[in-house]
Design a binder for this molecule. Sequence first.
Ligand code: NCD
Ligand code: ZN
Length: 345
Amino acid sequence: MSQTLTITRPDDWHLHLRDGEMLKGVLPETTRDFGRAIIMPNLVPPVVTANDAVAYRDRILAAMPEGAEFTPLMTLYLTESTDAADVAAAHASGLVTAVKLYPAGATTNSASGVTNFDKVQGVLEKMAEIGMPLCVHGEVTDPSVDIFDREAVFIDRVLDPLRRRVPGLRVVMEHITTADGVAYVMANDADLGATITTHHLIINRNHILVGGIKPHYYCLPIAKREEHRHALVDAATSGDARFFLGTDSAPHTDPNKESACGCAGVFSATNTMSCLAHVFEQANALDKLEGFASLNGPAFYGLAPNAGQTTLTKHADPVAFPAKIVTGDGDVTLFDPGFPLYWTT
Ligand code: NCD
Ligand code: ZN
């Protein structure tokens, strides 16, 4: 008899859907397994105002596959000229769930991000007042800081001072990649949460660099040492409600990845639940998967869990996922965990 696990339908608390043909191609990969997702605003140009968010949400809804049950949770891209009243009104109307902070230049399409944090103090204070979460890309951009240290340095130089300047602000440290990130969350209160990606639970920096460069494992924040991956697995499987799933599934076409200057981003929407079941099973923590993928995220955001359920089945033989997703913009390579997968949704 095959083994099964039934959980509340999961959500993805950090997702890149892009726009146009790419959006059409990748959206079904998320709507199959996820009830909701926090939609990243780093389009070109970014989703900055409530009006931008309405228009983007409408484009997502227009691209939904027939019969899909999926709610996009919209975010606004914080700039130094973001208007606090516009943000508050967008949150009050239910249109926008969170605001995203990118340090200027930290990652793909982040040129309009924040350089001078004094300029966003008013917006952050308003968000603390109304209980609206801030999603943070936690890496410094100082060229003198080594790329593998940028998350740890960000916590000390930017995140901790920011949280002290705006008491009560609810913050999600996104896609944490280090033991330092895990420790910082654990040392704080329930106003601070963190998302963890599927791929950071599986790969370390050797996967990117040993035996030839593997562009499809290159993402930001970059995967760190094995000891950091262990800390992430421990956090994700601990049952601590401050840690929840954000895949950071970030599609780029193969030519844009397999290039002399390849884009950062791992595309994992299609096989994330299969990979997670494997990781949690290996950690003897299958009973914690529902908390991580389906319960802790909504609790942090003050939302009810999804009403529906998902049953995962473990097969006797490895299951096949497509190597690539075909989109109108070109092929997108799916995350390869490097081991056989046995679970399906
Ligand atoms: C993301 C993208 O491609 O938009 N890339 C990535 O490596 N994660 C941007 C981001 O979330 O940093
Ligand atoms: Zn991202």
